[in-house]
Write a protein that binds this ligand. Structure first.
Ligand code: ADP
Ligand code: MG
Length: 397
Protein backbone atom coordinates (compact mmCIF):
# COMPACT_ATOMS: atom_id res chain seq x y z
CA UNK A 1 0.00 0.00 0.00
CA UNK A 2 1.17 3.54 -0.67
CA UNK A 3 2.58 5.45 2.24
CA UNK A 4 2.29 9.15 2.94
CA UNK A 5 5.55 10.87 1.98
CA UNK A 6 6.81 14.19 3.32
CA UNK A 7 5.87 15.89 0.02
CA UNK A 8 2.23 15.05 0.77
CA UNK A 9 2.28 17.04 4.02
CA UNK A 10 1.24 20.65 4.35
CA UNK A 11 4.03 21.94 6.57
CA UNK A 12 3.65 25.70 6.12
CA UNK A 13 4.21 27.38 9.50
CA UNK A 14 4.11 24.04 11.30
CA UNK A 15 6.49 22.47 13.78
CA UNK A 16 7.77 19.40 11.93
CA UNK A 17 9.44 16.67 13.96
CA UNK A 18 11.93 14.75 11.80
CA UNK A 19 13.52 11.52 13.05
CA UNK A 20 16.76 11.28 11.08
CA UNK A 21 19.53 8.69 11.21
CA UNK A 22 22.57 10.64 12.32
CA UNK A 23 24.21 7.57 13.82
CA UNK A 24 27.51 8.48 12.15
CA UNK A 25 30.85 6.82 12.86
CA UNK A 26 33.04 9.03 15.07
CA UNK A 27 36.59 8.88 16.33
CA UNK A 28 37.68 11.19 19.15
CA UNK A 29 34.74 13.50 18.54
CA UNK A 30 35.42 13.74 14.79
CA UNK A 31 32.95 12.41 12.22
CA UNK A 32 34.75 9.90 10.00
CA UNK A 33 31.96 9.37 7.45
CA UNK A 34 29.23 11.97 6.93
CA UNK A 35 27.19 9.94 4.42
CA UNK A 36 24.21 9.70 6.76
CA UNK A 37 24.10 13.48 7.16
CA UNK A 38 24.28 13.95 3.39
CA UNK A 39 21.50 11.40 2.86
CA UNK A 40 19.20 13.25 5.25
CA UNK A 41 19.53 16.62 3.47
CA UNK A 42 16.77 16.26 0.83
CA UNK A 43 14.07 15.86 3.47
CA UNK A 44 15.41 18.62 5.72
CA UNK A 45 15.91 21.08 2.85
CA UNK A 46 12.46 20.42 1.45
CA UNK A 47 10.73 21.06 4.76
CA UNK A 48 12.83 24.16 5.48
CA UNK A 49 12.04 25.57 2.03
CA UNK A 50 8.35 25.15 2.71
CA UNK A 51 8.41 27.58 5.61
CA UNK A 52 8.28 25.09 8.48
CA UNK A 53 10.04 24.89 11.83
CA UNK A 54 12.27 21.87 11.65
CA UNK A 55 12.98 19.88 14.80
CA UNK A 56 15.55 17.14 14.24
CA UNK A 57 16.57 14.24 16.44
CA UNK A 58 18.45 10.97 16.17
CA UNK A 59 20.20 8.35 18.20
CA UNK A 60 23.97 8.00 18.18
CA UNK A 61 25.51 4.71 19.25
CA UNK A 62 24.43 3.05 22.47
CA UNK A 63 24.15 4.93 25.73
CA UNK A 64 24.03 2.83 28.87
CA UNK A 65 25.61 4.99 31.57
CA UNK A 66 26.09 8.66 32.43
CA UNK A 67 29.73 8.29 31.41
CA UNK A 68 28.74 7.19 27.88
CA UNK A 69 27.06 10.53 27.31
CA UNK A 70 30.25 12.55 26.85
CA UNK A 71 31.33 10.66 23.73
CA UNK A 72 27.80 10.25 22.39
CA UNK A 73 26.62 13.84 22.12
CA UNK A 74 25.11 14.94 18.82
CA UNK A 75 26.70 18.40 19.15
CA UNK A 76 29.43 17.69 16.53
CA UNK A 77 26.77 16.38 14.17
CA UNK A 78 24.76 19.60 14.52
CA UNK A 79 27.91 21.54 13.57
CA UNK A 80 28.51 19.35 10.52
CA UNK A 81 24.88 19.67 9.48
CA UNK A 82 25.06 23.45 9.79
CA UNK A 83 27.88 23.51 7.23
CA UNK A 84 26.11 21.23 4.78
CA UNK A 85 22.82 23.03 5.12
CA UNK A 86 24.36 26.49 4.90
CA UNK A 87 22.17 27.82 7.69
CA UNK A 88 22.30 27.83 11.49
CA UNK A 89 21.25 24.72 13.38
CA UNK A 90 20.39 25.46 16.97
CA UNK A 91 21.60 22.57 19.09
CA UNK A 92 19.81 21.95 22.40
CA UNK A 93 21.81 19.62 24.68
CA UNK A 94 18.73 18.04 26.27
CA UNK A 95 16.19 15.42 25.27
CA UNK A 96 13.36 17.05 27.23
CA UNK A 97 12.58 19.85 29.66
CA UNK A 98 11.98 23.61 29.86
CA UNK A 99 15.11 24.65 27.89
CA UNK A 100 14.12 22.45 24.96
CA UNK A 101 10.50 23.61 25.07
CA UNK A 102 11.51 27.28 25.27
CA UNK A 103 13.93 26.89 22.35
CA UNK A 104 11.17 25.34 20.23
CA UNK A 105 8.74 28.09 21.17
CA UNK A 106 11.24 30.72 20.05
CA UNK A 107 11.66 29.17 16.58
CA UNK A 108 10.70 31.10 13.48
CA UNK A 109 9.53 29.55 10.23
CA UNK A 110 12.41 28.16 8.17
CA UNK A 111 14.64 27.61 11.22
CA UNK A 112 16.27 24.34 12.24
CA UNK A 113 16.75 22.96 15.72
CA UNK A 114 18.28 19.70 16.78
CA UNK A 115 18.07 18.10 20.20
CA UNK A 116 20.37 15.68 21.97
CA UNK A 117 20.86 11.94 21.33
CA UNK A 118 17.52 10.19 21.88
CA UNK A 119 19.32 7.32 23.60
CA UNK A 120 20.35 9.56 26.49
CA UNK A 121 16.87 8.51 27.62
CA UNK A 122 18.11 4.91 27.82
CA UNK A 123 20.26 5.57 30.89
CA UNK A 124 17.13 5.78 32.99
CA UNK A 125 15.21 2.60 32.21
CA UNK A 126 15.74 2.35 28.43
CA UNK A 127 12.89 4.75 27.80
CA UNK A 128 13.84 5.33 24.14
CA UNK A 129 14.71 1.75 23.17
CA UNK A 130 11.78 0.22 25.04
CA UNK A 131 9.35 2.74 23.63
CA UNK A 132 8.25 4.15 26.97
CA UNK A 133 4.69 5.43 26.29
CA UNK A 134 5.18 8.64 28.26
CA UNK A 135 8.33 9.55 26.29
CA UNK A 136 6.79 9.06 22.85
CA UNK A 137 3.82 11.14 23.93
CA UNK A 138 6.08 13.88 25.27
CA UNK A 139 8.18 14.11 22.08
CA UNK A 140 5.01 14.09 19.97
CA UNK A 141 3.73 17.07 22.00
CA UNK A 142 6.69 19.14 20.79
CA UNK A 143 5.50 19.21 17.16
CA UNK A 144 2.50 19.28 14.86
CA UNK A 145 3.44 16.55 12.37
CA UNK A 146 6.01 13.76 12.27
CA UNK A 147 8.36 12.64 9.50
CA UNK A 148 10.31 9.42 9.93
CA UNK A 149 13.42 9.34 7.75
CA UNK A 150 15.53 6.91 9.79
CA UNK A 151 15.71 3.55 8.06
CA UNK A 152 18.57 2.26 10.21
CA UNK A 153 16.20 1.89 13.19
CA UNK A 154 13.03 1.09 11.24
CA UNK A 155 13.20 -2.55 12.39
CA UNK A 156 12.85 -1.43 16.00
CA UNK A 157 9.83 0.05 17.77
CA UNK A 158 11.39 2.91 19.72
CA UNK A 159 9.90 6.00 21.34
CA UNK A 160 11.49 8.23 18.66
CA UNK A 161 9.70 6.49 15.80
CA UNK A 162 6.71 4.33 16.78
CA UNK A 163 6.16 6.15 20.09
CA UNK A 164 5.80 9.56 18.45
CA UNK A 165 3.81 8.17 15.53
CA UNK A 166 1.13 6.77 17.82
CA UNK A 167 0.65 10.14 19.51
CA UNK A 168 0.53 12.63 16.65
CA UNK A 169 -1.94 13.70 13.99
CA UNK A 170 0.02 13.00 10.81
CA UNK A 171 2.97 10.71 10.03
CA UNK A 172 4.92 10.61 6.75
CA UNK A 173 8.10 9.02 5.47
CA UNK A 174 11.07 11.20 4.52
CA UNK A 175 12.68 10.90 1.10
CA UNK A 176 15.40 8.53 2.28
CA UNK A 177 12.90 6.17 3.86
CA UNK A 178 10.75 6.48 0.74
CA UNK A 179 13.67 5.09 -1.32
CA UNK A 180 14.16 2.18 1.07
CA UNK A 181 10.45 1.34 0.94
CA UNK A 182 10.46 1.59 -2.85
CA UNK A 183 13.56 -0.52 -3.45
CA UNK A 184 14.00 -2.94 -0.56
CA UNK A 185 10.26 -3.16 0.10
CA UNK A 186 9.68 -3.33 -3.65
CA UNK A 187 11.85 -6.40 -4.22
CA UNK A 188 10.01 -8.46 -1.66
CA UNK A 189 6.57 -7.28 -2.72
CA UNK A 190 6.58 -6.89 -6.49
CA UNK A 191 9.98 -7.33 -8.16
CA UNK A 192 10.34 -6.93 -11.89
CA UNK A 193 11.40 -10.33 -13.28
CA UNK A 194 13.67 -12.13 -13.76
CA UNK A 195 14.61 -11.36 -10.16
CA UNK A 196 18.02 -12.69 -9.09
CA UNK A 197 19.38 -12.55 -5.54
CA UNK A 198 23.06 -12.89 -4.67
CA UNK A 199 23.57 -14.03 -1.11
CA UNK A 200 26.97 -14.26 0.49
CA UNK A 201 28.52 -13.36 3.80
CA UNK A 202 30.00 -15.43 6.53
CA UNK A 203 27.16 -17.55 7.89
CA UNK A 204 24.02 -19.31 6.73
CA UNK A 205 22.74 -18.89 10.28
CA UNK A 206 22.54 -15.10 9.78
CA UNK A 207 20.66 -15.43 6.52
CA UNK A 208 18.13 -18.23 7.06
CA UNK A 209 15.20 -15.82 7.08
CA UNK A 210 16.45 -14.05 3.96
CA UNK A 211 17.00 -17.27 2.02
CA UNK A 212 13.62 -18.66 3.03
CA UNK A 213 11.77 -15.52 2.06
CA UNK A 214 13.68 -14.98 -1.19
CA UNK A 215 13.06 -18.61 -2.19
CA UNK A 216 9.44 -17.53 -2.37
CA UNK A 217 9.98 -14.43 -4.50
CA UNK A 218 13.27 -14.73 -6.40
CA UNK A 219 13.76 -16.61 -9.68
CA UNK A 220 17.36 -17.56 -8.81
CA UNK A 221 19.49 -17.29 -5.69
CA UNK A 222 23.23 -17.25 -6.27
CA UNK A 223 24.96 -18.42 -3.12
CA UNK A 224 28.51 -17.29 -2.38
CA UNK A 225 30.95 -16.53 0.40
CA UNK A 226 31.38 -18.38 3.64
CA UNK A 227 27.87 -19.83 3.71
CA UNK A 228 28.58 -21.96 0.62
CA UNK A 229 30.69 -24.42 2.61
CA UNK A 230 27.87 -25.50 4.88
CA UNK A 231 25.95 -26.46 1.72
CA UNK A 232 28.98 -28.28 0.24
CA UNK A 233 29.65 -30.21 3.43
CA UNK A 234 26.01 -31.23 3.67
CA UNK A 235 26.31 -32.70 0.19
CA UNK A 236 29.30 -34.76 1.31
CA UNK A 237 32.15 -32.75 -0.21
CA UNK A 238 35.48 -32.09 1.48
CA UNK A 239 35.63 -28.44 2.56
CA UNK A 240 38.97 -28.55 4.39
CA UNK A 241 39.23 -25.79 6.98
CA UNK A 242 36.68 -23.50 5.31
CA UNK A 243 34.18 -21.76 7.55
CA UNK A 244 31.25 -24.07 8.26
CA UNK A 245 28.34 -24.24 10.68
CA UNK A 246 27.98 -27.87 11.64
CA UNK A 247 24.77 -27.16 13.50
CA UNK A 248 23.20 -25.82 10.30
CA UNK A 249 23.78 -28.86 8.06
CA UNK A 250 20.19 -30.06 8.40
CA UNK A 251 18.96 -26.62 7.62
CA UNK A 252 21.15 -26.48 4.50
CA UNK A 253 19.65 -29.79 3.40
CA UNK A 254 16.15 -28.53 3.96
CA UNK A 255 16.81 -25.33 2.01
CA UNK A 256 18.35 -27.25 -0.91
CA UNK A 257 15.42 -29.63 -0.98
CA UNK A 258 12.79 -26.96 -1.11
CA UNK A 259 14.75 -24.70 -3.44
CA UNK A 260 13.49 -26.37 -6.61
CA UNK A 261 16.81 -25.70 -8.33
CA UNK A 262 16.67 -22.01 -7.46
CA UNK A 263 19.82 -22.14 -5.33
CA UNK A 264 23.04 -21.91 -7.34
CA UNK A 265 26.29 -22.80 -5.56
CA UNK A 266 29.83 -21.75 -6.58
CA UNK A 267 31.68 -24.08 -8.97
CA UNK A 268 35.22 -22.97 -8.15
CA UNK A 269 36.93 -21.16 -5.32
CA UNK A 270 40.11 -19.39 -4.33
CA UNK A 271 41.59 -21.61 -1.66
CA UNK A 272 44.57 -21.16 0.61
CA UNK A 273 46.12 -22.74 3.70
CA UNK A 274 45.98 -19.85 6.12
CA UNK A 275 43.49 -17.13 6.92
CA UNK A 276 45.80 -14.37 5.71
CA UNK A 277 46.06 -12.02 2.75
CA UNK A 278 49.53 -13.23 1.79
CA UNK A 279 48.97 -16.93 1.93
CA UNK A 280 49.49 -18.71 -1.39
CA UNK A 281 46.35 -19.00 -3.56
CA UNK A 282 45.08 -21.91 -5.66
CA UNK A 283 41.93 -22.03 -7.78
CA UNK A 284 40.10 -25.21 -6.86
CA UNK A 285 36.95 -26.80 -8.25
CA UNK A 286 34.25 -27.07 -5.57
CA UNK A 287 34.83 -30.83 -5.31
CA UNK A 288 38.62 -30.56 -5.13
CA UNK A 289 39.25 -28.73 -1.84
CA UNK A 290 42.04 -30.45 0.11
CA UNK A 291 41.78 -31.18 3.86
CA UNK A 292 44.34 -28.46 4.70
CA UNK A 293 42.74 -25.78 2.49
CA UNK A 294 40.08 -23.14 3.08
CA UNK A 295 38.01 -21.28 0.53
CA UNK A 296 38.17 -17.53 0.91
CA UNK A 297 36.79 -16.22 -2.37
CA UNK A 298 34.82 -17.09 -5.49
CA UNK A 299 36.77 -18.40 -8.49
CA UNK A 300 36.59 -17.15 -12.12
CA UNK A 301 34.23 -19.89 -13.32
CA UNK A 302 31.82 -19.06 -10.54
CA UNK A 303 31.75 -15.42 -11.63
CA UNK A 304 31.07 -16.55 -15.23
CA UNK A 305 28.27 -18.77 -13.98
CA UNK A 306 26.76 -15.90 -11.95
CA UNK A 307 26.88 -13.71 -15.07
CA UNK A 308 24.81 -16.16 -17.11
CA UNK A 309 21.99 -15.72 -14.60
CA UNK A 310 22.48 -11.99 -14.19
CA UNK A 311 22.52 -11.24 -17.92
CA UNK A 312 18.75 -10.98 -18.39
CA UNK A 313 17.82 -9.96 -14.87
CA UNK A 314 15.51 -7.02 -14.38
CA UNK A 315 15.99 -6.88 -10.62
CA UNK A 316 19.03 -7.93 -8.61
CA UNK A 317 19.37 -7.75 -4.87
CA UNK A 318 22.75 -8.43 -3.33
CA UNK A 319 23.37 -9.23 0.30
CA UNK A 320 26.69 -10.46 1.63
CA UNK A 321 30.20 -10.33 0.09
CA UNK A 322 31.17 -13.47 -1.85
CA UNK A 323 34.64 -13.58 -0.31
CA UNK A 324 36.81 -12.15 2.43
CA UNK A 325 36.93 -8.78 0.66
CA UNK A 326 38.79 -7.23 3.61
CA UNK A 327 41.87 -9.07 2.25
CA UNK A 328 42.84 -7.46 -1.08
CA UNK A 329 43.88 -10.81 -2.55
CA UNK A 330 40.45 -12.26 -1.80
CA UNK A 331 38.40 -9.24 -2.86
CA UNK A 332 38.35 -10.31 -6.52
CA UNK A 333 35.06 -12.19 -6.32
CA UNK A 334 33.29 -9.30 -4.63
CA UNK A 335 34.80 -6.84 -7.13
CA UNK A 336 33.65 -9.18 -9.92
CA UNK A 337 30.10 -9.11 -8.56
CA UNK A 338 30.22 -5.29 -8.36
CA UNK A 339 31.47 -5.09 -11.96
CA UNK A 340 28.91 -7.54 -13.25
CA UNK A 341 26.11 -5.56 -11.61
CA UNK A 342 27.53 -2.22 -12.74
CA UNK A 343 27.43 -3.44 -16.35
CA UNK A 344 23.80 -4.53 -16.33
CA UNK A 345 21.61 -2.31 -18.43
CA UNK A 346 17.98 -1.78 -17.75
CA UNK A 347 18.15 -3.61 -14.44
CA UNK A 348 17.39 -2.37 -10.93
CA UNK A 349 20.39 -3.23 -8.74
CA UNK A 350 20.03 -3.07 -4.99
CA UNK A 351 22.38 -3.72 -2.09
CA UNK A 352 20.99 -4.60 1.31
CA UNK A 353 23.34 -5.47 4.15
CA UNK A 354 25.94 -3.52 6.06
CA UNK A 355 29.12 -5.25 4.91
CA UNK A 356 28.03 -5.58 1.27
CA UNK A 357 27.23 -1.86 1.18
CA UNK A 358 30.58 -1.06 2.81
CA UNK A 359 32.37 -3.35 0.32
CA UNK A 360 30.74 -1.73 -2.72
CA UNK A 361 31.49 1.77 -1.45
CA UNK A 362 35.06 0.91 -0.40
CA UNK A 363 35.75 -0.77 -3.75
CA UNK A 364 34.60 2.34 -5.62
CA UNK A 365 31.20 1.24 -6.94
CA UNK A 366 29.00 3.52 -4.82
CA UNK A 367 27.37 5.29 -7.79
CA UNK A 368 26.94 2.14 -9.90
CA UNK A 369 23.93 0.76 -8.07
CA UNK A 370 20.32 1.83 -8.29
CA UNK A 371 20.09 1.76 -4.51
CA UNK A 372 22.44 1.02 -1.63
CA UNK A 373 20.48 0.58 1.55
CA UNK A 374 21.44 2.74 4.52
CA UNK A 375 20.34 0.17 7.09
CA UNK A 376 22.17 -3.12 7.64
CA UNK A 377 19.92 -4.87 10.15
CA UNK A 378 16.78 -3.14 8.87
CA UNK A 379 17.42 -4.17 5.26
CA UNK A 380 17.98 -7.79 6.33
CA UNK A 381 14.70 -7.89 8.23
CA UNK A 382 12.92 -6.22 5.31
CA UNK A 383 14.34 -8.86 2.94
CA UNK A 384 13.16 -11.53 5.38
CA UNK A 385 9.66 -10.26 4.65
CA UNK A 386 9.13 -8.90 8.16
CA UNK A 387 6.98 -5.88 8.89
CA UNK A 388 9.25 -3.05 10.02
CA UNK A 389 7.59 -1.08 12.86
CA UNK A 390 9.23 2.17 11.68
CA UNK A 391 7.59 1.72 8.26
CA UNK A 392 4.29 0.32 9.52
CA UNK A 393 3.75 3.41 11.73
CA UNK A 394 3.62 5.72 8.69
CA UNK A 395 0.16 6.81 7.51
CA UNK A 396 -1.30 5.16 4.44
CA UNK A 397 -2.19 7.60 1.69
P1 ADP B 1 26.23 -8.22 5.27
O1 ADP B 1 26.65 -7.32 6.40
O2 ADP B 1 26.31 -7.53 3.93
O3 ADP B 1 24.88 -8.84 5.52
P2 ADP B 1 27.69 -10.45 6.33
O4 ADP B 1 27.86 -9.73 7.63
O5 ADP B 1 26.76 -11.58 6.32
O6 ADP B 1 27.30 -9.40 5.18
O7 ADP B 1 29.09 -11.04 5.84
C1 ADP B 1 30.25 -10.27 5.70
C2 ADP B 1 31.47 -11.06 6.05
O8 ADP B 1 31.52 -12.32 5.40
C3 ADP B 1 32.71 -10.33 5.64
O9 ADP B 1 33.38 -9.87 6.79
C4 ADP B 1 33.53 -11.37 4.89
O10 ADP B 1 34.90 -11.39 5.24
C5 ADP B 1 32.87 -12.68 5.31
N1 ADP B 1 33.12 -13.75 4.34
C6 ADP B 1 32.77 -13.81 3.04
N2 ADP B 1 33.22 -14.93 2.46
C7 ADP B 1 33.89 -15.63 3.42
C8 ADP B 1 34.60 -16.88 3.43
N3 ADP B 1 34.71 -17.64 2.35
N4 ADP B 1 35.17 -17.26 4.59
C9 ADP B 1 35.04 -16.49 5.70
N5 ADP B 1 34.39 -15.31 5.75
C10 ADP B 1 33.81 -14.88 4.62
MG1 MG C 1 27.42 -7.79 8.39
Amino acid sequence: MAKKIVRDLNVDGKKVLIRVDFNVPMKNGVITDDNRIVQALPTIQDVVSRNAKVILFSHLGRVKTEEDKASKSLAPVAKALEEKLGQPVRFVPFTRGPELEAAINEMKNGEVLMFENTRFEDVDGKKESKNDPELGKYWASLGDVFVNDAFGTAHRAHASNVGIASNIEEVAAGYLLEKEIKFIGGVVEAPERPFVAILGGAKVGDKIGVIENLLKVADKILIGGGMSYTFFKQQGYEIGTSICEDDKLDLAKELLEKSNGKLVLPVDLKVTKEFSNDSEIRIAAFDDIQPDEMGLDAGPKTLELYKTFLKNAKTVVWNGPVGVFEFSNFAGGTIGVCEALANLEDCTTIIGGGDSAAAAIQLGFADKFTHISTGGGASLEYLEGKVLPGVACIDEL
